[in-house]
Write a new protein. Structure first.
Ligand code: PHE
Length: 414
């Protein structure tokens, strides 16, 4: 019991070899034997049998009837819209995979955990998925900071992890078991910078959420590109996730008369930032990244976000058959329109299923190799080839907030 609790705390070391309980059990058996030399042989046989049964019950045996896949998502809390969307897409993919006969003759079972959008909670629930559910792979998260909590745990346990939507480059740099099905922020930052320059917005103010690796990275990559291409950063301000009052930062920004403001954080704060900017009579347009993608941006920001632009992974207006079919299926199932997280959640599960089929096994290292070999997979968000850095080189789209909707502006290839 104590050893098991330790295993969970330490991030599941040794679990990847298929029988963590085997190691624990045999260690326990050795100590037991040493201290009870007079143990009768019949008792010993019983103990051994017990050990064997316990191990069999706990190990993800090849004979299992299901393939258990873990998912961690912010189903509640500050960025609940991220987790709920990615979960819907992921769950829909798993249903489709099972309806089409499952994988390797087995059903795929998704075990989802809510990290409540809280720092620290992602690591806790991922350890639980590995040690208690014996997942063969992990899907998640949307937010980069939370993927960064999980990645070292999966890497150490030898369990492949696929983030649907985390764009900070550090996520897949953690190790060769960590993948993503989206582009990364050096690209997204460049897309935003080029867009601003194309509008002749050269004087830029930047507002960064210092509590999110995503926001910090996106601001940094944007800044590097625009500074090297004729733009000037007139003000750099920061805030922390959960803040509600941005008047001080916005007042400082107002004095520098920017052409545009980059709000590189998530939708919750960006909607409020837009509202308060307009209250302070700042007329400059706002731009942001994929973290703006939530209906809440418009619910919170209302008229204040009209005329703003952000980069994203796909547009519902794209006539591509893959996107239109997905839209219809999603709408039939959930009676709502999917956002980028839903599409990427769906894609992450489909990419995993494809790799499991090609690997012919769910063994960690072989599954990892199959994932790494993913090439030209036709996903909803575009053709996915996983590059040597385990990222997807894909196009981004620019969207405009117009009449309370996200309208397609343009596609930018890598
Ligand atoms: N890219 C964001 C991050 O890495 C997450 C995100 C993806 C948010 C897609 C919305 C849409 O944190």
């Amino acid at each position: 019991m104590r050893a098991r609790a330790r295993l969970e705390r330490e991030g599941g070391d040794g679990i990847s070899n298929g029988c963590a309980s085997d190691q624990l059990q045999s260690k326990g058996a050795r100590v037991y034997a040493a201290s009870t030399m007079k143990l009768s042989s019949s008792l010993c046989i019983v103990a051994c049998l017990f050990a064997a049964v316990a191990c069999k019950k706990m190990a993800p045996s090849e004979a299992a009837t299901e393939i258990v896949v873990g998912e961690f998502a912010s189903l509640s809390g500050a960025t609940a819209s991220f987790g709920q969307s990615s979960h819907k897409g992921t769950a829909m993919a798993v249903d489709e995979i099972n309806a089409a006969g499952g994988l390797l003759g087995k059903k795929m079972r998704l075990v989802s955990e809510d990290d409540q959008s809280k720092p620290g909670e992602a690591a806790t629930v991922v350890r639980k998925l590995i040690s208690r559910e014996h997942i063969v792979a992990l899907l998640g998260e949307v937010a980069s900071s939370r993927s960064l909590e999980a990645a070292p745990i999966c890497q150490q346990a030898g369990i492949p992890m696929i983030s649907p939507a985390s764009t900070n480059p550090k996520v897949t740099e953690v190790g060769d078991f960590v993948f993503r099905v989206c582009f990364i922020d050096p690209f997204q930052g460049t897309v935003l910078s080029k867009f601003a320059l194309s509008k002749n917005w050269k004087r830029v103010a930047i507002l960064t959420d210092v509590k999110q690796d995503y926001s910090v990275g996106l601001s940094q990559f944007f800044k590097a590109h625009i500074s090297a291409n004729g733009g000037t950063i007139v003000s750099e301000q920061s805030y922390s996730s959960g803040d509600k009052d941005f008047k001080a930062q916005l007042t400082a920004i107002k004095g520098t008369t920017p052409d545009v403001i980059l709000a590189s954080g998530y939708y919750t704060e960006s909607g409020l930032i837009a509202l308060q900017a307009r209250e302070l009579q700042i007329a400059a347009p706002l731009i942001g990244g994929d973290g703006w993608d939530s209906p809440s941006l418009i619910e919170v920001g209302g008229k204040a976000v009209e005329g703003s632009f952000f980069s994203n992974h796909f547009s519902v207006e794209d006539p591509a058959p893959a996107i239109q079919t997905f839209l219809k299926k999603f709408n039939d199932k959930y009676h709502e329109q999917p956002d980028a997280m839903a599409a990427l959640g769906y894609d992450s599960a489909m990419i995993l299923a494809d790799a499991i089929k090609r690997a012919g096994t769910t063994e960690g290292p072989k599954l990892r190799d199959a994932l790494a070999a993913t090439k030209d997979f036709s996903a909803v968000t575009g053709k996915i080839t996983l590059n040597p850095q385990r990222n997807a080189d894909k196009s981004a789209v620019m969207l405009e907030v117009r009449n309370g909707q996200f309208k397609y502006v343009e596609t930018v290839a890598p």
